[in-house]
Design a protein around this ligand. Sequence first.
Ligand SMILES: [Zn+2]
Length: 227
Amino acid sequence: MKIVIFEPHPDDLLFGPGPILLEWINEKKHDIHVITVTDGRACYRSGDDVYSEDVAKMTEDDVAKMRINEAKKSIEFLGLPHQNHHLFNFHDADGQKYVKEGIEKAKPIIKDVDRLVLPSTHNLHEDHQATHDIAVGAAKELNLTDIEYFVYFIPSYGKFQEDSKDHQFEYTIDEVKAEVLKEWLNIYQSQAKIKWTWKMSARFLRKIRTWTYARYTFTDIGTYYNF
Ligand SMILES: [Zn+2]
């Protein structure tokens, strides 16, 4: 099966589809691709956290370089071939501006996909919403009627709603996988420079063992809160 995963920022792969992705990799029979949509350059911009001292000396180009490098290291960590990693390098926090170009870039990669993995719609984060719009937009233009649409949500950006309860399922990981996720988190040292965000991420991976995901079909597009 060809699986294409969209990650809005370099680290969403871990917090969104990460846990179940470990299982797909273990199945050893899939052609797994990852599309990293933005370069993550805006991650120190908001100023509403506590940052390590060296952040002040970094330009946004430095930040982007560091985060793209972390995205690449994650692919390596997971043992996926680097040619299956597709970097769109859009500037994050630019939201809808890059959707049209993103759709064009995505089409050749997803044209023969069996399972498309994407963030939920009604997403509080504009880059995550833009990523959803790129994935669905490209799939609609290609008329991908027979594939699986696999939806994840990063918990702080929204929730799965009752209207598509039948499409959702809970996925629980064991301690072995939990350890792998913790090890994986350490790749994202750019995030370790953001004190409270980092603490929250580490705590999240220490405590959470169950993720909610949902599967939809082409005809479901636009019918549910999450798809
Ligand atoms: Zn993100």
